[in-house]
Design a protein around this ligand. Structure first.
Ligand SMILES: [Mn+2]
Length: 229
């Protein structure tokens, strides 16, 4: 089975619970729509687990994007101004061994793509713009800042026409529907049984804060959840 998640934000234990719940195996594939790091307590551990999983396909979110920018700017700064930036990086990664930065993790983040496009769906972190024909603009033509950070795509009235299903996170679904649950937008007059029946799937249940982590099974079109307690 193929699954999609987003905004895991360092919630390592909860993520393991989710894998357990869906009985995730070597023959399954997991798509991760960005924001793996920050906010939660185990950013490095979670990132390294995902990087080590051959069947996990990850993209960058705005938190990875910001991290890359901090890493780059640190190299250009003088010794005095470096302190503040190091503090920011330290807030991202409080590694258990006390090391400020884990080079494997840093390299892993730098290599993440900003979208994944498959036959019937596209994974982005925040969203894609719509063209004049109300179709989504191809992600290869869109700026990284938009794909990883724009807030408009979550709006319920942003419904692309004749496009592949878009998986995304970035804004908590609670801000849209008042609940911590995955929002799947079905095309009019379709059964919702296949992924081609969906316009977009909003995945961010704000796990780091709500304690609810969800994923969407791309093959059964069902959402599964785990809770902290
Ligand atoms: Mn985000």
């Amino acid at each position: 089975m193929r699954y999609c998640v987003s905004d895991l934000h360092g919630k390592y234990d909860l993520f393991l619970k989710l894998l357990d719940k869906i009985k995730f195996s070597d023959s399954d594939v997991l798509y991760v729509c960005g924001d793996i790091i920050d906010k939660g307590e185990d950013s490095i551990k979670l990132l390294k687990l995902l990087l080590s999983m051959p069947n996990a396909r990850c993209i960058a979110g705005n938190h990875e994007y910001a991290f890359i920018k901090y890493c780059r700017s640190i190299k250009k700064k003088t010794a005095e101004s470096r302190g503040g930036l190091l503090k920011v990086l330290q807030d991202y990664f409080v590694s258990p061994d006390g090391k400020l930065l884990d080079e494997v993790a840093v390299r892993g983040i730098k290599c993440l793509p900003f979208y994944i496009e498959e036959q019937n769906f596209i994974c982005v972190h925040a969203g894609l713009p719509l063209g004049r024909d109300a179709r989504i603009v191809s992600p290869e033509l869109v700026e990284r800042e938009f794909i990883a950070g724009d807030r408009r795509f979550k709006d319920p009235d942003v419904l692309p026409k004749d496009s592949k299903c878009v998986f995304f996170g970035h804004t908590p679904t609670r801000n849209v529907c008042g609940r911590d649950e995955i929002l799947a937008y079905i095309r009019p007059n379709s059964s919702g049984k296949n992924i081609a029946d969906y316009i977009k799937v909003h995945l961010d249940t704000r796990a780091w804060f709500s304690g609810v982590m969800g994923c969407f099974c791309i093959d059964t079109c069902r959402a599964e959840y785990v809770r902290l307690n």
